[in-house]
Design a protein around this ligand. Sequence first.
Ligand code: IMP
Ligand code: MG
Length: 178
Amino acid sequence: MSKIRVHDKFFEPYLSATSIEEKVELIANQINHDYADKNPLFIAVLNGSFMFAADLFKRLTIEAEISFIKLASYKGTKSSGHVITAIGLDAELYGRNVVIVEDIVDTGKTLHKFLPQLHHQQPASLKIAALLYKPEAVIYPVAVDYVGFSIPNKFVVGYGLDYNGLGRNIKEIYRLAD
Ligand code: IMP
Ligand code: MG
């Protein structure tokens, strides 16, 4: 695989489709084990998490439900620091075992703003599954319970993640080339 261009920037191959698949399977197996008989409710944060959420959900063999919310904070390759709720939550969380599904936890701002709203509804438990986690970028610490890959603080695209709207359909994950 070689470099690709998205808008005005070049990206280099970083995580292969196979390594992503294997990681998603690993997380699904852990969740199958941890949530057997708990009928967990997954809340996938759109847009970026749609692909991870779909692949993860397909691999669950337990009883489980899923719903979606749409939050946005990014402009280009930088977090705007401003989190907007574009589609709100319709599910009842009271007494439920909730798992938030994120494509990536970067500064932590999105979840930091969103988690209190969820806790307010008194779920029985609340955990976070993120395919990617950038420990060096964290400004608002959030405990991520299921992490696919911990990655350096470099902008990435593919597998649901975009750069100004493009790149979400790429099967692999690419990172910004120097
Ligand atoms: P946070 O609020 O800074 O943790 O950022 C969370 C959201 O920003 C993620 O759910 C992504 O949608 C987006 N984001 C963060 N880092 C990247 C990246 O490297 N590439 C694409 N989107 C990103
Ligand atoms: Mg996101």
